[in-house]
Design a protein around this ligand. Structure first.
Ligand SMILES: [Fe+2]
Length: 362
């Protein structure tokens, strides 16, 4: 893989139809010299309909139908390559001014903040984005904006836990949950962002006490992913855990009568916070050669049509109110989310990582 040139990497990960379009345009570029009028037409065409290139850490099956709808509605092709966020960010940095990419789509405000800090974005500078995306789900410096919302919330066994026994994230450290709690590893950015937001709300000392109390209640060592947290609850190894909502949705799709349910913590009127939410988001690359079209795609992604699909396909929440929520997601009920600016998730991440280490959260 590392020795392959960029076009072959892109072709390896883009849908066949897009690949054929891409190959056709390459072949066209190599064909015999066209008449002057034809040259003009080709130039005009490339200026208006040049394909947009997206690097995405969001999986192909989640973005492919969204970009297909964009192409259907606008006639503009989207070529994308997928990979792990860290790898894509390093690649963008290495490619520098020569990057063929226009946009980075990735997940978690911690990762988006890291990407912004690496100086790979330019401001979105879009009144449309500012209108459609709530301010707490956008970067303070306008380098990225959320495209869909996921909640990181409590999941519990409906066979062994009554929802009345639950109340808040911090309460999962209560003695009654000793040997009954499962958590994903602290190495995952989702948990780093969750703890960063707890620091923002409650301060470092209180958050350290909360995380230490969670560690004391763990039934098994932290798992490698959210699904394993729920599998451990189903296997009777623990009774409660913390997961992103869409992982619950995926498991529920496989098993309709799943003996698990979501609980929305920190909802009492005097609670200083609410449910911790995070985003999948997007930024326009500093070295994009196609800024106008890139911006057009970003603005389309926050439109009603695109929002229903972008969020629904991964069982997430749309970024803006008024857009239909996927019916399965809607069945989980409504909740008050933490209003803290998500940019805090990145700013406080180093403190969160150190705090989890001190608390013995592996
Ligand atoms: Fe995820």
């Amino acid at each position: 893989m590392k020795n392959r040139s960029f076009p072959s990497i892109i072709l390896a990960s883009i849908p066949m139809a897009t690949a054929i379009t891409f190959i056709s345009s390459l072949l066209l570029a190599c064909s015999s010299k066209p008449e002057p009028e034809a040259v003009e037409a080709l130039i005009d065409d490339s200026q208006t309909d040049e394909a947009i290139v997206v690097y995405s850490s969001r999986n192909e099956h989640l973005i492919s139908p969204v970009f297909a709808l964009f192409t259907e509605e606008t006639g503009v092709n989207v070529e994308f390559t997928t990979g792990k966020a860290g790898v894509l960010i390093e690649r963008i940095k290495a490619e520098g001014a020569n990057t063929p990419a226009d946009l980075l789509v990735t997940v978690d405000a911690g990762t988006l903040g890291y990407a912004a800090q690496q100086d790979i974005f330019q401001p979105l500078d879009s009144a449309e984005v500012n209108t459609r995306v709530p301010v707490y789900l956008r970067d303070d410096n306008d380098y990225w904006a959320g495209l869909s919302l996921r909640a990181r919330t409590i999941v519990y066994s409906t066979e062994r836990v009554q929802p009345e026994q639950l109340s808040s994230y911090q309460e999962l450290g209560d003695k009654k949950w000793q040997g009954r709690l499962c958590l994903r590893t602290s190495k995952k950015v989702y948990n780093q962002s969750l703890v960063a937001m707890l620091i923002a709300e409650q301060g470092e000392a209180k958050t350290e006490a909360i995380v230490s109390s969670w560690v004391a209640n763990l039934a098994i060592p932290p798992t490698s992913n959210d699904t394993k947290v729920m599998e451990a609850i189903l296997a009777g190894q623990c009774d409660v855990g913390i997961v992103n909502t869409y992982y619950f949705g995926r498991l529920q799709t496989k098993q309709v009568d799943l003996p698990l349910a979501l609980f929305w913590p920190n909802q009492s009127i005097d609670a200083i916070s609410g449910v911790h939410v995070n985003v999948a988001g997007v930024g326009i690359l500093k070295h994009s050669k196609n800024v106008a079209q890139a911006k057009r795609l970003v603005e389309w992604l926050v439109s009603d049509n695109a929002q229903a699909l972008f969020a629904g396909v991964n069982k997430e929440y749309p970024i803006n109110d008024g857009v239909d929520i996927n019916s399965q997601v809607a069945s989980w009920g409504t909740f008050k989310s933490s209003p803290l600016p998500l940019s805090q998730a990145y700013i406080l991440q180093p403190a969160a990582v150190k705090l989890m280490d001190r608390a013995g959260y592996k």
